[in-house]
Ligand binder design. Structure first.
Ligand code: GLU
Length: 507
């Protein structure tokens, strides 16, 4: 079975980059009939932020990315918190010590710094002089027993036989080992594992078949392959995913806009739209596929462009790791607006989708108009329907159509300008009278398009200027010059509220 894992460190709220990583894991797993694990990499206690795990779970839940195994779910591959697996890492470190592929290093931090400086001065690329590799096994065991502090380092003087390092996105990595530090640490002096040891052990123990992780780990990839080889284990396949950037190519940061998933949750974006947007950032190109063994171009892969509107099942169906770009991708919020608008239209096309939308919109509308009696789910559904084509984000409902929930402000400049097209106040009050009469006759037959055409007929019969009518009626009903078609507004308001608004004094 294809089995993947999303392995965040609980160091704060989930970022968009993290959500995209979870999404790619989900897409790959589901595309291949597989599953995925949520694993919490919490071994670095200095970076832990309380509440992060709950935040990550909440964000995944909002996005509809349901992990198959992980905290609170099936325990088959657990435990899922690395701090609950410490014995396992230590047992693997022990195996490596016993086979000579790792050794204890007793150098103090100060000593390591001076070694590093000396090596750098001498123009060496090494980061450690391997002095402790020469300590005999007996001596090393004795020092450890005596309580001397040590770390466990991988011994790269005994390199394993190395098959080519092949990445599913970046292809064959040449000279992959050149950038590794000297004998990297596997177990720290507090006997907690480093990321390198913990991730290799867990990916093996959890039977992970494919590792999709951030590009920042590509430099550690050869080390991880070595650890697998030292342990005599078959590594999973790896895909390193290029990072997300701002559209101008700069690093995404809080200062430059929303980078946390919780911001997108708060701002009313559709979860499916956010997934669609994230999936296609970095995917949306036609890409020349290169075969892993050679650099020759084999054929062109078609990929959707970055604003294609796709549901999660469609993303799963089209996902293909070979169309991911090797370049970092810019995230452009204007694309999200476009995609979101289309996802809204998809959602309100079904009763179920409309229910979900209305429930979520309710929170925003209620917040904007806490005292309105019209913030009912039914009314919100009507508002969403009336705003069809204008709504980019459900959070905009209160701004685009406040008049559906509270009385319009006829004293505003905007309303006054609209009313000024019919400067004669007597004409206005005659017009309102005609309209009220129509409302009274139609109370029990409130079909807005019919009401609206009777309005027009009656005004004509009364010899009132038809041209100004639309603007003035809109002013009385909404106080705003832009908005949904008047017939739709009549539907949402219904006869009673319409009549009240037409009973205003003609100011
Ligand atoms: N815990 C690592 C991180 O949050 C995950 C790396 C991985 O996926 O292997 O960056």
């Amino acid at each position: 079975m294809v089995l993947l894992r999303f392995a965040p460190s609980p160091t704060g709220p989930l970022h968009l980059g993290g959500l995209r990583m979870a999404l790619y894991n989900h897409l790959f797993a589901k595309k291949h009939g597989g599953r995925w694990i949520l694993r919490i990499e919490d071994t670095d206690s200095s970076r832990l932020v309380p509440g992060s795990v709950e935040g990550i779970q909440k964000a995944l839940d909002w996005a509809g990315l349901e992990y198959d195994y992980g905290p609170g779910r099936d325990s088959q591959y657990g435990p899922y918190f690395q701090t609950e697996r410490l014995e396992l890492y230590r047992s693997y470190a022990k195996k490596l010590l016993e086979s000579g592929h790792a050794y204890r290093c007793f150098c103090s931090a100060d000593k390591l710094t001076s070694i590093r400086e000396r090596l750098a001065r001498a123009g060496s690329n090494s980061t450690y002089d391997k002095s402790c590799v020469h300590i005999t096994d007996e001596e090393s065991a004795r020092k450890a027993r005596a309580g001397e502090k040590f770390v466990v380092r991988v011994n790269d003087s005994l390199p394993p036989s190395r098959p080519p390092a092949v990445d599913l996105v970046f292809g064959h990595l040449k000279d992959a080992h050149a950038s590794l530090s000297t004998d990297p640490v596997l177990l720290k002096s507090d006997s907690f594992p480093t990321y390198h040891l913990a991730s290799v052990v867990d990916d093996h123990e959890m039977q992970i078949t494919h590792v999709l992780r951030g590009e920042e780990w590509i430099t550690s990839f050869p080390l991880h392959l070595d650890i697998y080889a030292h342990l005599g284990l078959t590594p999973p396949k790896f895909a390193h995913i290029p990072i997300l950037l701002n559209p101008d190519g700069t690093k995404m940061s809080k200062r430059k806009g929303d980078v946390q998933v919780v911001d997108y949750m708060r701002r009313g974006w559709e979860p499916d739209a956010v997934l669609n947007w994230l999936a296609l950032a970095g995917w949306g190109v036609t890409h020349e596929e290169t075969s892993p063994e050679s650099t020759s171009r084999t054929h062109l892969k078609d990929a959707p462009d970055s604003t294609a509107v796709m549901s999660l099942p469609e993303l799963i169906k089209s996902f293909d790791i070979s169309v991911l770009t090797q370049r970092s991708s810019g995230l452009d919020v204007s694309k999200l607006e476009y995609i979101n608008k289309h996802h809204l239209a998809l959602a309100w096309a079904t009763d179920e989708g409309m229910d979900v939308l209305a429930q979520r919109a309710h929170i925003h509308v209620k917040e904007a108009f806490p005292h309105s009696q019209y913030t009912t789910i039914d009314n919100i559904k009507s508002a969403i329907r009336a705003l069809e084509g204008r709504l980019t984000n459900i959070q905009d409902i209160p701004r685009l159509a406040p008049f559906l929930f509270v009385e319009p402000d006829l004293a505003s400049d905007e309303a006054q300008k609209m009313l000024a097209v019919m400067p004669n106040v007597q004409d206005r009050s005659r017009m309102l009278q005609v309209l009220r009469d129509v409302v009274d006759t139609q109370v029990n037959d409130w079909r807005s398009d019919i009401v609206f055409s009777i309005f027009q007929e009656q005004l004509q019969a009364a010899g009132l200027p038809r041209k100004a009518f639309l603007k003035v009626l809109r002013a009385y009903l909404t106080g705003m010059k832009d908005g949904p078609p008047l017939a739709d507004i009549l539907t949402v308001l219904g006869p009673e509220r319409t009549r009240t608004r037409l009973s205003q004094s003609t100011m």
